[in-house]
Design a protein around this ligand. Structure first.
Ligand code: DC
Length: 217
């Protein structure tokens, strides 16, 4: 990475612990954190709010180009001036987000916003599916987090309290395969990423390990 930018890329499937690890690591390093999944979810929210069919590639791309997404440090997500913090995690958005994220024009719009966000801040911890492979292939540290599917589903079910385990597990399995098999920038491990299986680890153990690697170089 260039001398001015410090970038940490954290990728992996849903429920692998990415968001919590990325947020805590950013706090520890005193740099900012970007949840890129929230950006794909925000575009999906705007698509649905505008009555656009998520499968209509051209209209969805047009929404992505013009939508205003504000992600604040406290976790609030404002989409075109509307507080969408809760709805972007809800079942409607979760059902359609993989289709929207498979749209190449949506991806190129959001990737350029992610690079711009990072440049303005001199770096950051970015989490998603394609950070180490596409957005910042030269990141200072690239991590691919994973965990057993049952453990990932149980973590998600705890976060989304109004859905039961079976519904969450089915949605996760569907998104895993869709996100890994899509044509444009699918979820995959960067060849030079550090692969960490978080199944038996606590968040603190993972964050400590990553912070140590950064210090040790
Ligand atoms: O991390 P999440 O579950 O909030 O992500 C929501 C969806 O967005 C997920 O199904 C895949 C997609 N996504 C992506 O394609 N690329 C990213 N960098 C981040 C998320």
């Amino acid at each position: 990475m260039s001398d001015e930018l410090t970038v940490i890329a954290i990728d992996g499937p849903a429920g692998s612990g990415k968001s919590t690890v990325a947020r805590r690591l950013a706090e520890r390093l005193g740099i900012e954190y970007l949840d890129t999944g929230a950006m794909y979810r925000s575009v999906t929210f705007a698509v649905l709010a505008n009555g656009v069919d998520p499968e209509d590639e051209e209209k969805v791309a047009a929404v992505a180009r013009r939508v205003r997404i504000d992600l604040d440090d406290g976790g609030l997500v404002i989409v075109d001036g509307v507080d969408a913090t809760t709805q972007i995690r809800g079942p409607e958005v979760s059902r359609s987000v993989s289709v929207v994220a498979a749209n190449q024009e949506v991806r190129s719009e959001l990737v350029s916003r992610q690079r711009e966000w990072t440049r303005r801040r001199g770096g950051g911890v970015l989490e998603g599916r394609d950070i180490g492979t596409v957005v910042f292939p030269d990141a200072d540290l690239k991590v691919y987090l994973t965990a057993d599917p049952q453990v990932r589903a149980a973590r998600r079910a705890r976060e989304v309290t109004d859905l039961d385990y079976d519904v969450v597990a089915a949605d996760l399995a569907r998104r895993d395969s869709y996100d890994s098999e899509r044509k444009h920038d699918p979820l995959r491990q960067a060849g030079d990423a550090l692969i960490l299986d978080t199944t038996g680890l606590t968040i603190d153990e993972v964050v400590d390990d990553l912070a140590k690697r950064l210090v040790d170089g």
